[in-house]
Design a binder for this molecule. Structure first.
Ligand SMILES: *Cc1c(COP(=O)(O)O)cnc(C)c1O
Length: 390
């Protein structure tokens, strides 16, 4: 029974004995940081997405940083992206001393509006950073057409989008197959599969793959694993400024188990998303998310737009008072205090981005959720909207 006193969280990682058991391998082997488990996870992950190369890193934010460095970001360069995203998307641009150029979103998919990209391009534009927001694929075909025309690299922020699919040249592909030049993914517990923290870069370009392996390990010419097993003495070199952006073997061991669960995770999320869609269509004025024909979301988050003039915070408070967690719509980086002191530019206005933050809320969706719990969310949302409608 889902009683009123039982708290329903927004998300809960789905882990079990398999993950706990897997951590025994690195813990008992003596090799705990980046090593054989990371290498195996990368191979299995590349296999899942269909990308030729996968490189594990400490999180998706560091993945984004390395991706932008690899495509040649220089101080003062501009990167076209959205403000309407988790702040790490824009921050990664700023780490390169480059300038985020924010364009507005499509109010239906909440992703970058491809029709606005061309007008944002200047001679300083060095890349497009698109975001598959909360797992909903962005329109890669349209974005890539513009990128090819202007000879711009495309980095995909797919932090939330493992398991999402996109139709490409008439076939269904996994996001992460690397439709753009580089894809960055996250294994934070708020995403779909988790390693505690963790990230992955995928690409079909062997040069980028090589670059990521160097940069994540201090720019060191010889990997630890190679030096460890060498029969002759090897002196390493540090060929360029690198970072410590490694994933540990403990995390990778967990990731390998999570990857096995991923198809079932996505299936469950799609089941509950479909169930939300049916139940919520009864609520007047509430807008549910819609997949374009060419996209299948993993439903990393389920976001609804409240009826016009409905008080967002009051609805969220009502839900919390009834022991149900919700979250405000996706943030906009340009509205945050940090961005009052950071150089950025907007191309056109950001009205749809701002409206989405103010009018949307995210509802609980996790793999072990029960139908009873979901019904409680729906019933309480209906009551909350009724009470707080203007
Ligand atoms: C979560 C998230 C990130 C950051 O991922 P971490 O692994 O936590 O660094 C970046 N971009 C988007 C869109 C995200 O949702």
């Amino acid at each position: 029974m889902s009683t009123e006193s039982e708290f329903i969280p927004i998300m809960k990682p789905w882990m079990g004995e398999a993950e706990a058991e897997a951590t025994r391998r690195p813990l008992l082997s003596g090799w705990v940081t980046q090593g054989p488990e990371v290498a195996a996870f990368e191979t299995e992950f590349a296999g899942y997405t269909g990308a030729q190369h996968a490189v594990a890193v400490s999180n998706c934010t560091t993945a984004l940083h390395l991706a932008l460095l690899a495509v040649g970001m220089q101080p003062g360069d501009e990167v076209i992206t959205v403000s309407h995203s988790f702040i790490a998307s824009a921050n990664s641009i700023v780490y390169c001393d480059a300038v985020p150029v924010f364009v507005d979103i499509d109010p239906h998919t909440y992703n970058i509006d491809p029709n606005l990209i061309e007008a944002a391009i200047t001679e300083k534009t060095a890349a497009i950073l698109c975001v598959h927001q909360i797992g909903m694929p962005c329109d890669m075909q349209a974005i890539l057409d513009i990128a090819y025309k202007h000879d711009l690299p495309v980095v995909e922020d797919a932090a939330c989008a493992i398991g999402s699919e996109i139709q490409f040249n008439g076939e269904w592909h996994k996001v992460g197959q690397a439709h753009g030049d580089i894809v960055c993914l996250s294994f934070h517990p708020r995403k779909v599969m988790t390693t505690g923290d963790g990230g992955m870069l995928t690409t079909n370009n062997p040069e980028y793959d090589k670059e990521f392996r160097l940069l994540r390990q201090h720019g060191m010419s010889v990997p630890d694993t190679k030096r460890h097993t060498a029969k002759e003495v090897i002196f390493e070199e540090y060929t360029q400024l690198g970072y410590n952006y490694r994933m540990t073997d403990v995390q990778a061991a967990i990731g390998r188990e999570q990857l096995k669960r991923l198809p079932e995770m996505v299936e469950k999320r799609r089941y509950f998303a479909h169930r939300y869609e049916e139940a919520l269509s009864e609520i007047d004025g509430l807008l549910t998310p819609q997949e374009p024909d060419w996209a299948r979301s993993n439903w990393q988050s389920y976001s609804v737009r409240l009826p016009q003039n409905c008080d967002q915070k009051a609805v969220m408070q009502y839900m919390l008072d009834h022991n149900i967690a919700t979250r405000r719509g996706i943030m906009n980086a340009h509205s945050e205090p940090a961005y009052q002191h950071i150089e950025w530019r907007k191309a056109g206005n950001l009205q749809h981005s701002e409206a989405a933050q103010q009018e949307c809320i995210l509802l609980p969706l996790f793999h072990e959720m029960t139908e009873e719990q979901q019904d409680r969310v729906v019933d309480n949302l209906a009551a909350a909207i009724k009470e707080n409608a203007a």
